[in-house]
Design a protein around this ligand. Structure first.
Ligand code: ADP
Ligand code: ASP
Ligand code: MG
Length: 409
């Protein structure tokens, strides 16, 4: 019999009816003899509402208090899930982050898990009890509640699976697996049965938010098999009908392109007319790094009369910080500072790219046929990303999906 960590996302616990439905899956797993730890998100919409409350009090607020507020959503669902399980005769108990404890670093709002104490949990699991853990939250060394960044319940689940040496981590959500593109954008996207950690890591970090990037990182590092599956269907995780995220060697037939990811969470910054001399990039990007701005795509334009432009992208919510840092802390003279928030990043991902040429060519040809202008390009061994105007996001994703033959059937 297996030890399973099962996580239910916001839509899967959106109301008490859904919580009961989710709890029945756990009852079924327990009745088959499996040991289960359940991780729950806040009811869908609740975290957004809590974030909104914080911004209404003050757009710039103390992140420790932000964590005190936004961590509360998961506490509610954990208690309700434990009650629902108890109602069906399962011995269940909720365990808040501080009670386990799930220790994190001090970076409130996007904390990383440092360690998880498992002794008591293991004792209880062995005694036939189900532990219900609110996702997204931990506790710092200073005894304050911390949160793991949006989508962080995935990471709680995989981290618990790693710490407990679980056989599998099931991520129940509102889709029945990982698809070749976001099914909300590409209706004929195909479900992927098995995908390598490395590819899932790229897809997640490039915008496929079906799994939080850190959860995939943690799964890969600790060899935790992760299954993405639907909480709405009749099957339980042990039926293995979802998408399995695992090591590359388990994949028999490797496609050249596995999937298309997109992100509209990008903003483009251009520093116009900087002197084209050694050290310019360092002088620009060092202060940005020190301010913890996540700079992504970077391009330096061709130089003209000794001057050049530097263009880069940052996440939307770090744009103000990036601009302020450039204005206040960058020791560089420039002619203008331009910002464009209406951009999107579209990426093609696939391990098969390592050994196949022509993937980039197909991408550029497809976008050019649709008259979509490419503003910035960046590549790695297994992905190619382009920055385009965000009005073209859906057209680009659908055209590329078709061009690489990824559709169903
Ligand atoms: P949860 O609340 O369960 O954590 P999320 O909304 O975080 O759910 O993640 C599920 C959503 O991820 C899906 O509804 C889907 O729109 C989106 N998604 C984006 N890219 C993909 C993809 N490649 N495959 C499946 N779902 C995707
Ligand atoms: N409730 C949190 C969020 O909405 C964490 C999660 O659901 O994974 O981001
Ligand atoms: Mg999620």
């Amino acid at each position: 019999m297996a030890l399973i960590v099962a996580k239910f996302g916001g839509t899967s616990v959106a109301d008490t009816g859904r919580i009961e439905r989710a709890s029945q899956k756990i009852v079924q797993e327990v009745n088959t003899g499996h040991k289960v730890v359940v991780v729950v998100s806040a009811m869908s919409g609740v975290t957004n509402q809590l974030v909104d409350y914080c911004s209404k009090i003050s757009p710039i607020h103390d992140v420790r208090e932000y964590d005190a507020v936004v961590s509360s959503g998961e506490q509610v669902t954990a208690g309700l899930m434990a009650m629902a399980l108890q109602k069906h005769g399962v011995i269940a108990r909720s365990w808040l982050g501080w009670q386990i404890p799930i220790k994190t670093d001090l970076v409130h709002g996007k904390a990383r898990i440092d360690s998880i104490e498992t002794k008591e949990l293991i004792k209880r699991l062995n005694g036939g009890e189900v532990a219900v853990v609110p996702g997204f939250q931990g506790v710092t060394d200073l005894n304050r509640v911390s949160t793991l960044g949006r989508g962080g319940s995935d990471t709680t689940a995989v981290a618990l699976a790693a710490a407990l040496n679980a056989d599998r981590c099931d991520i129940y959500t509102d889709v029945d697996g990982v698809y070749t593109a976001d099914p909300r954008i590409v209706p004929n996207a195909r479900k992927i049965n098995i995908i390598a950690y490395e590819e899932m890591l790229e897809l997640a970090s490039l915008g496929s938010k079906v799994l939080q990037t850190r959860s995939v990182e943690m799964g890969a590092k600790n060899g935790v098999p992760i299954q993405v599956l639907s909480s709405f269907g009749d099957e339980v995780g042990s039926a293995l009908k979802g998408t399995l995220v695992t090591t590359e060697d388990k994949i028999v037939e490797q496609e050249v392109v596995t999937g298309i990811a997109h992100s509209v969470d990008e903003a483009k910054v251009t520093v116009v007319g900087v002197k084209d001399v050694p050290g310019v990039a360092a002088r620009l990007f060092q202060p940005l790094a020190a301010a913890m701005v996540n700079v992504d795509m970077i391009v330096q334009n061709i130089s003209s009369k000794g001057y050049t432009d530097m263009t880069f992208t940052v996440p939307h919510n770090e744009l103000d910080l990036a601009v302020k840092t450039i204005k206040d802390n960058v020791d560089l003279s420039y002619k203008d500072l331009l910002v464009d928030e209406n951009v999107a990043k579209v990426s093609v991902v696939g391990i098969g790219m390592r050994s196949h040429a022509g993937v980039a060519n197909t991408m550029f040809k497809t976008l050019s046929e649709k008259n979509i202008n490419i503003q910035v390009i960046s590549t790695s061994e297994i992905k190619i990303s382009v920055l385009i105007g965000d009005d073209y996001t859906e057209l680009a994703v659908r055209s590329l999906h078709f061009a690489y033959g990824l559709e169903e059937g």
